[in-house]
Design a protein around this ligand. Sequence first.
Ligand code: AQP
Length: 326
Amino acid sequence: MNRVFSGVQPTGNIHLGNYLGALKQFVELQEDHDCIYCIVDLHAITVAQDPKELRESILDVAALYLAVGVDPKKSIVFVQSSVSGHSELGWLLTCSSYTGELSRMTQFKDKGKGKESVPTGLFMYPVLMAADILLYDTNVVPVGIDQKQHIELTRDLCNRINNKYGDTFVLPEGRYLKEGAKIMALDDPTKKMSKSAENPLSRISLLDDESKIKKAIMKATTDSEGVIKFDMEKKPGISNLMNIYVSFSDLSIEDIEKKYEGKGYGDFKKDLVTIVVDGLAPIKKRFEEIRHSDELIEILRDGANRANEIAVPVLERFKNNLGVGI
Ligand code: AQP
């Protein structure tokens, strides 16, 4: 079975972009892959965090993994900082990476823009992400398209190390969905939906209530043409909403275009509200059941032990090839 690894940061509320770009794939893949899903708390501290809020967010994301359908009997679910191999491999990979390639990472450039001083952790983040992936001999990494550049860096590091030190790591590949790969902000469809955007109506979080979902969708930016037709270039607003619609229903883009022929954006948006509210209802219910349970902590502890068992020999293999240790 192919090994799958991915993670989500415990920062802010998980939104539709995270769900449709990444989490939905997590659930699909666990049926016929050997999956490892992580809450990447070490990535969260690359920017300032309130310690109490961070701890709560870690458990929120863990509970959301289970609520969307990640099954701990099929997949390993754990918190990144519980497996020390991530930090250790992060350093070992740092020594094979170059400041030039890290400076070219667009996420680092975006997040550091206009700041006088940028945390070193933010600069090193892609190397830690490479460590997360390579630590488990991962074949497939389900992520949103915004992570493509980081996946390419991971592949470069993997090839560089294998060429220099002999076969050490498995070469991973990114996996991106067609419709969910990049969900755009509802208030500005030229930007990706993001946890850190100032306007809360720019995103829908998985735990939002009906009135917030309604407000965000009904206010979503479209165009003045009033025709429901998919064209990401010329009609990014309505096309983004159509992508969300497809992800929550059995209809294709073509089906939606036919269904709403001659109808306006108002009708379409009203239906989308219902589809999204109904789609998120079972997730919210399961989240409430599991979030404060002992079961959640047990799943994470067990997951960390299982992940560690896979990580230790991979790390040893690299250390041995590098010539460090005795
Ligand atoms: N808008 C998006 N569309 C599709 N996929 C997305 N992902 C993020 N935004 C979108 C994917 O979600 C997974 C987890 O992301 P993350 O928690 O590591 O953080 P992120 O990518 O930094 O998420 P945000 O919302 O964009 O946070 P901020 O605002 O802090 O930068 C990844 O697979 C990602 O591709």
